[in-house]
Design a protein around this ligand. Structure first.
Ligand SMILES: C[S@@+](CC[C@H](N)C(=O)[O-])C[C@H]1O[C@@H](n2cnc3c(N)ncnc32)[C@H](O)[C@@H]1O
Length: 208
């Protein structure tokens, strides 16, 4: 689901970039860096997270997708100096093969890591996104997530100012419980923030 104008402005703002640097530090603490990795990023927005994955996590290349073509245009601008290492595409996180078809990305077991910076709560069929992430991860590959839970989405600030799917949202516990159903093992590598409003963690794709 696309963001409304208020959320688009927030996502493009300096406070969001500050917060994303904080989230990056926490994700590195929980799951380590990804030097030399082939990475997919879902819901890249304006591409600041893509840059952090390249510069702070040390990934070799990021294939990034966003549903909103305007966000892809912004991300392309932000990443022009990383051009050879970032491939950007408009499409849905629930079908990465279609989204990345122009460069033959999104194949089974083809990424060492997948990053989700605050996007899965925008997807009505969010479990399908987890299944898709598990499909494209190599065995032992890592899923880094930073999510907004039903607890946050129920707050007046979220309900009045922002647009999100209203049915079947997840609490932190529900998101964590869904991961192993897709072969994603998280153990103790997760944290909540602000009374369960936000959930950050790193899960590993099991080896079947
Ligand atoms: C809250 S923004 C997060 C943007 C960026 N990752 C960040 O952390 O600042 C959510 C993004 O997810 C995108 N989005 C929503 N549904 C999507 C889907 N099904 N597939 C890919 N991107 C989606 C939106 O267009 C938006 O750019």
């Amino acid at each position: 689901m696309l963001m409304n104008r208020v959320e688009t402005a927030l996502v493009n703002s300096p406070p969001r970039r500050w917060l994303q640097r904080y989230e990056t530090r926490l994700l590195v603490e929980l799951g380590g860096r990804t030097p030399g990795a082939q990475v997919a990023e879902i819901g890249c927005g304006p591409g600041y997270g893509t840059r952090l994955i390249l510069d702070r996590f040390g990934a070799a290349r990021v294939d990034a997708v966003d549903l909103d073509p305007a966000m892809i245009t912004r991300a392309q601008r932000r990443l022009r100096r990383h051009a050879g290492r970032a491939r950007l595409a408009q499409g849905s996180a629930t079908d990465l093969r279609s989204a990345f078809r122009s460069f033959d990305g999104g194949q089974d077991a083809s990424y060492d890591a997948v990053f989700d910076f605050a996007i899965i709560h925008h997807i009505p069929n969010w479990r399908d996104a987890l299944a898709e992430i598990a499909r494209v991860l190599t065995p032992g590959g890592r899923f880094y997530f930073d999510e907004v839970t039903a607890t946050a989405l129920a707050r007046p600030s979220y309900r009045l100012l922002l647009d999100h799917p209203t049915e079947d949202r997840f609490t932190a516990g529900e998101f964590l419980a869904e991961l192993p159903r897709h072969g994603l093992v998280v153990g103790e590598r997760w944290r909540t923030r602000i009374g369960g409003d936000y959930l950050l963690g790193v899960a590993t794709r099991d080896t079947d």
